[in-house]
Ligand binder design. Sequence first.
Ligand SMILES: Cc1ncc(COP(=O)(O)O)c(C=O)c1O
Length: 483
Amino acid sequence: MIDRIKALESKATALEPERNHITTLTTTYAEKHLASIYNTKAYFSEDPGGKSFLDHPIGEEGTNIEELLSIIHEEVDEAGINAAAHGHLGYIPGGGLYASALGDYLAAVTNNYAGIFFASPGAVRLENQLITWMAEMVGYQAGYAGNLSSGGSIANLTAVVTARDAHELKSADIPKAVIYCTHQMHHCLLKAIRIAGLKEAHLREIPQDNRHRMVPETLKAQIEKDKAEGLNPWLVIASAGTTDVGAVDPLEEVGQVAKSYNCWYHIDAAYGGFFMLLDEKKHLFRGAALSDSIVLDPHKGLFLPFGTGALLVRNKQHLLDSHFYMANYLQDVHTPDAELSPADLSPELTKHFRGLRMWLPLKLHGLGPFKAALEEKLALCEYFYTKIQEIPNIEVGPEPELSVCYFRYLPENGDSNTFNQQLLNLIHQDGRVFMSSTTLDNKFLIRAAVLSFRTHLASIDLALDIIKTNIEKLKKSEVPTSP
Ligand SMILES: Cc1ncc(COP(=O)(O)O)c(C=O)c1O
């Protein structure tokens, strides 16, 4: 028995390797990646990548780090969207702050258990400090609670479940419950509604004004109508920065309507939320404190690498009611002096110590550079919006409220949707910047979403140049009349 254990121990010690070599090679790889980040493409259209993983199955024996880094380089880092690139102007661009990577490194090396106060009071207090900072920014009074999630989708799902339980919706009540939103609401909320078992609830898409914002008077009229029909107006969801066009619903007016009908008021501020830090945009977020729950995404507006969203709930009891559980084997962890623990406020028990990747850059750099970067993104979007209109035959949407805008080219001949799809294809083929598209009223539109902390004036000038060049190229070719 002892001999067997010792033999196994000897083999298993490979899991505690000599660190110098692998650390040096890994950090050298990361440095090389970052050293060329302003010159590498934002999109690699040529090769779908990842194909050779089949040639490298997981096996009994290990592989040397040199080979593994080379696989990562070829199959992952140079395939698809380069989400850390300055030229990433598609969807909602991600960040990738280096200080966050260091936070993740320390979180993984120490493996602090951030789920329960008893297990790591420091880690939980650190996360709670971040929740407090965001809640105060939103304007919540004492009594709130929140949670750092893996992203906006999970944070929104947690909010929908909390709203369902707070209004004590049981399965028999669902067919009468009504949810209000606009067509611009992010689809992760539709997913959340389905996952939360609420598919049978009525979904009312409230019409938008000409800037894609919810019209509060129409919301009120629809709620009145639903009440008159014996339905149960339950949940109003506003967006503070829609993904498609960056629109911010009139949060205060919508909130007042929601409150006056006793609806749960949720705001999805996953994209736009951190613009609240800027004095010049504070007016857009007036009324955020009326919400019962709000989602912000630090991996968007605080430029963190993917993997951090945040949910805040105005009355902590509601979040606890939906998520607090006891287990016999955890009977020691609930001590009277404990602070609120993430495990009691979310579906997760064991979780990544994701607070560190947010706390470290905020503390290391201070808020100043974050605010400057956010203000710069607003200015860059405004600049793009102005400059793109200097190209003849360009049609733009409304002036950007935040850092997303859209445009399309109206060709003299041929189908506009086909032309703009082809224009986007050429932008992708070039790859130095990455843009994405959307469809509004059957119009194919190209979006410019400015949120990467690495996007600066040169990136926007480059994008404008690529767009101009490719419009000229397409004008010389025959554009078919249908896609
Ligand atoms: C407005 C909005 N809400 C929610 C989400 C979903 O967040 P995540 O991708 O972090 O899950 C997004 C993502 O782009 C978003 O833009």
